[in-house]
Ligand binder design. Sequence first.
Ligand SMILES: [Zn+2]
Length: 404
Amino acid sequence: MNQDKIFLLKGKIQNYAWGGYDFIPRLLNVENPDHKPVAEYWMGAHPSASSKILVDGKEVSLNDEINKNPKVFIGEKVEQRFGELPYLFKILDVRELLSIQVHPSKTEAEKGFDAEEAAGILITDKARNYKDRNHKPEVMVALSEFWLLHGFLEKEKLSTVLKSVPEFETLVPVFEKESYKGLYKYVMELPQTQVDSILQPLVERELANNSSDKSQPGFWVRRVYEYAQTKELVNIDRGIFSIYFFNIVKALPGEAIFQGAGIPHAYMEGQNVELMANSDNVLRGGLTPKHIDVPELLKHTKFEGVIPNVMKGELLLNHEKNYPCPVPDFGISKIELSSSESIENTSFSAEIIIVTEGEISFQHEDKTLTLFHGEAAFILPETKYTIHSETEGTAFKAFVPKID
Ligand SMILES: [Zn+2]
């Protein structure tokens, strides 16, 4: 039987409250008549929101197809190593700041999951930290100017911040004596009344300022309050400290950043393509009404200064740029074709490709699938295919790196 190798893939929209209204609907060419926030578009086989693929004119669940025929759909080596499609590919549109978070390492996730299972904490319990036994490294490539918090400031810089903000005077000796961990533990465990007394004058001053400089913490404090339920300066979210303690990073379109286990981070504004391991293990440190487990968070945070590594991508082949990620679960590249250009390709793993601009066609033997912006394809492992654009086109590709 001559099996199809390239399938049209339909992902799933996620209407989280922090999302923007227009970017994803416009990309996907769909209406948003109820003006709902459209935060994410998921492409993958996650059991809770599997994508559909079009097989013989019928939409079927990608997750079901993989489970029925893993050798064909993800390949033998990936099946042996991961037992599933190891990545989840997304488009994100961030309007409000997301929670400050840390993801555990693979070993720590296994331990944490098993401990919560043994303790009988239901997977649906709000206090549950570990939803699976996997790590959750993430990489994002910016589609617009993108802003995020990423890792602690280097020692000198953090010292300067603590000394220059008058409300942080009491934190200076804590950092000097007990370094990153002592400082972070101190603010994360501080009684709420003391959090309020430190942050109240600071927030008040920042709110009175109207600078539009996004490289400064004050801008993001104002953004937090723009979307806050209450404008009163009580029960102030202690996540505000992290806006001052972490690197405020800007990524330009086409630039990428990888976030590994233990690096505290939070997306603040913009649109991106995001790729992550298939996991939902998130430990939160503020800017959220969701569950915060301080001891677990402290256990998994890397307490060190970070110099953000904003990647511009490495030219792999003609027209294809790779953003190297130090994990076995996924890889990401950007494909850019000008008018009438073609490239030959062979997939060595299951690939998902989304066209973000223009038009690109994918040809295997006598079959051609043409995709316009917002459309995606699922490509079986070991497929020889030609990528071509009549006009011009940009796409992002998710794959599993070669397993030896
Ligand atoms: Zn994250």
